[in-house]
Design a protein around this ligand. Sequence first.
Ligand code: ZN
Length: 405
Amino acid sequence: MKKIIVLLIIILLLCGCEKEKSVESYINAEDGFVSINYPVTNINVLDDKISAYVNQTYYNFKNMKSSSTPELNISYTYKEINNDIINVSLQTEIVTDKVINKIKTFTYNKTNDKFLSMEDLVEDLNGLDYEIKKELLEKYQDADMDYLSNVSYDYFTIDDENLTLYFNPAEIKSKHDELIYLDIPLDSLKMLVDIDKNEGNDTYLSIKKRNVSLDDKVVALTFDDGPSKYTDKILDVLKKYNACGTFFLIGNKVDFYGDTLIRMLKEGSEIGNHSYDHKLLTRLSKEEFQEEINKTQEAIKRVTGFTPTLFRPTYGGYTNTLKSYTDLKFVLWDVDSRDWQVKTKDKILKNVLPNVKSGSIILMHDNHEYSLNALEDIISNLKKQGYKFVTVSELLELKKLRESE
Ligand code: ZN
């Protein structure tokens, strides 16, 4: 009997060990424009390497000199190549008086606890070598052939269609600012491992309508920079008070929180677009800006079947030119909780409650515990004052109806 109990406990412990993976975000505008997003896989050796890289990069950034406000963006891709193998890439962009782009990738086999190189994945790499260099030279004509002969294939990602090789610009002596990469179609390669393809999710979920009349006092809660490990708890609070929010999501995190996104829509909240990597947008070209928007639209659509119509610019920064590059509606706010800065419930309440009027849009963030802690008081206080909670789209609709009266 004792043995059975011990066995049961071991089984329970083993089942409980596979923790949910999540994304860690660090976004602020205090020591420059900083947007750091990286995956937490709950595989210790892999997570240690990822956080060591992130910490070192952030440390270096803080010690850099710049005549204008510096900017650091660390974004990632995460791909489960199959049941055993995970590929993570960390892309770093540092903007000071010049622009630096770097990449780091990790490929890890969970079954034998080993990091993998390209040689472990692709057959006959030597045979490919000539083709790769030829294509690199065609694509980047200023590359230096002498350096090219020594390039390594240390950095690569795999998606459903391509194996993508990355080269840090210094490595091939190119003057390009941006990362140098080469897509190789998987069909053209002999792979040594199986590759699982992602099936798209076509669920269509519509935002449910609530009962609000034209005379009602209304307010829209908005949450930026998620989804995160706190978002489900925010949804719990919204649900408890029969309230809703509009979540402006960072595209690169969407795949990690599919269930949370579906829950948002099911429970009457709305999803908006907050760019893919949370870069400072006013610096981007038209193409770069549109890519930030489109990649996020696609990620949200893939996971939920829902296509956002609202966009919130990062750091609240935009121009009319940027606005003309997209059909999405730019949504700002009139009540700023400054939660990321004041960090305590009392100060958040003080920034919000005295400033709310009917039609207000309140800015909060769903990637901090202190924002979650303040939310319940904000909602119950506003409810007592007779406010009803609507999504931003509903608020805009109401405003239109009121104007046409
Ligand atoms: Zn933001």
